[in-house]
Design a protein around this ligand. Structure first.
Ligand code: WQD
Length: 326
């Protein structure tokens, strides 16, 4: 039996956070969720989780979240649209940087020793080599990626100055829905490929756009490393255990090491659902690298973690109950 711990999850009602909250509750932990419900949904949460509707910017909300001792903080609450971060950097600076720093300060104040941070492959910028490992230079090409890097750097400082141990988990392309069907609330206003494909299949979008078919990739469309959200959730639990056992910081990629093109993704969705995706090829989306694939050797070496559910068929099967309910 693992020890039951009191855990705070910011953004725990959101897409990735809620999957983790279910796993933490099933593992017997006591979970407090701090979420302002701007993108998160209450119905994503299991009844055992305590929801505080509040903000990481708000001191009294943070005080409520830390009103009882917390051992580990998982920090998901953030804006995550890379494109929007280039037109509205202030929004990203305020939430992803200032909000995170306020949360980190509150952790220090309340003697939290372990902090698991949702970072992103966006910290690397355009890949200089593939697969991208953790030693790859970090030169973000969008402001969103910069906000994640800024917090990683601050965590390094706070760790040195205040003894906070952290895990920075650099997600590649998160996708899929809970294979156990526990999370039913869809993401609001998705711009990412797999929810766009599913909304098109569900008839909610008349047509979807494929951004460019003239990339130097096998079929000309962009290649990404798609990682199932349940695999991400399990990596978080292993990262927490790593911190608790080793008192050592951790920065790892979370992906599969395999890349799939946009057209491959569309074909897989068609095969799984038996429906045709209506799409048109349009110009490249500015800022998109041709290919982004993770090296995940370090996560395997340090955490014993490997993706289990991240093949395209399992991914789309898991999305069907969420998008294609009659
Ligand atoms: C995937 C592929 C698109 C939509 C983004 C963020 C990144 C990270 C993950 C959080 C690309 C193509 C997409 C569509 C398409 N976020 N595409 N039509 O851009 O790899 O990464 O999410 O950490 O920071 O930038 O993900 O899902 O938008 O795109 O053709 O309608 O699908 O061009 O090749 P991306 P994505």
């Amino acid at each position: 039996m693992t020890k039951s711990r009191r855990i705070l999850v910011t953004g725990g009602a959101g897409y990735i956070g809620s999957h983790l909250v279910h796993d933490l509750i099933e593992a017997g932990h006591q979970v407090v969720v701090l979420d302002n419900l701007s993108l998160g949904r209450k119905e994503n949460l299991p009844p055992q989780a305590q929801l505080i509707v509040g903000d990481i910017h708000n001191e009294s909300d943070l005080e409520r979240a830390f009103s009882q001792p917390v051992e580990v903080v998982f920090h998901f609450a953030a804006w995550k649209a890379a494109g929007e971060s280039m037109t509205n950097p202030t929004k990203y600076a305020q939430n992803n940087i200032c909000g995170s720093l306020q949360l980190i300060d509150a952790c220090v104040k309340h003697q939290v020793r372990y902090f698991v941070f949702s970072s992103s492959a966006a910290v690397y910028g355009d890949p200089q080599y593939l697969p991208v490992d953790e030693k790859h230079p970090t030169q973000p090409v969008n402001y969103y990626g910069y906000t994640k890097l800024a917090i990683e750097e601050n965590l390094r400082w706070y760790s040195q100055l205040k003894g906070l141990y952290y895990a920075a988990l650099r997600y590649f392309n998160a996708t899929g829905y809970d294979i156990k069907g526990r999370v039913k609330g869809r993401e609001k206003n998705p711009a990412n490929l797999s929810p766009v494909v599913m909304e098109t299949l569900a008839g909610e979008r008349p047509i979807m756009q494929v951004f460019g078919n003239d990339y130097p990739t096998p079929d000309g469309t962009g290649v990404r490393d798609y990682i199932h959200v349940n695999d991400l959730a399990s990596a978080h639990i292993l990262a927490m255990e790593y911190l608790l056992q080793n008192n050592k910081n951790l920065t790892v990629n979370l992906g599969t090491g395999r890349g799939h093109s946009v057209l491959e993704v569309i074909r897989a969705a068609e095969e799984v659902t038996g429906k045709k995706v209506n799409y048109q090829i349009v110009d490249r989306r500015p800022g998109d690298p041709p290919e982004l694939v993770a090296s995940c050797d370090l996560a395997y070496e340090l955490l014993g973690w490997k993706a289990q559910y991240s093949d395209l068929k399992t991914i789309f099967k898991s999305m069907m109950p969420v998008y294609l309910v009659e």
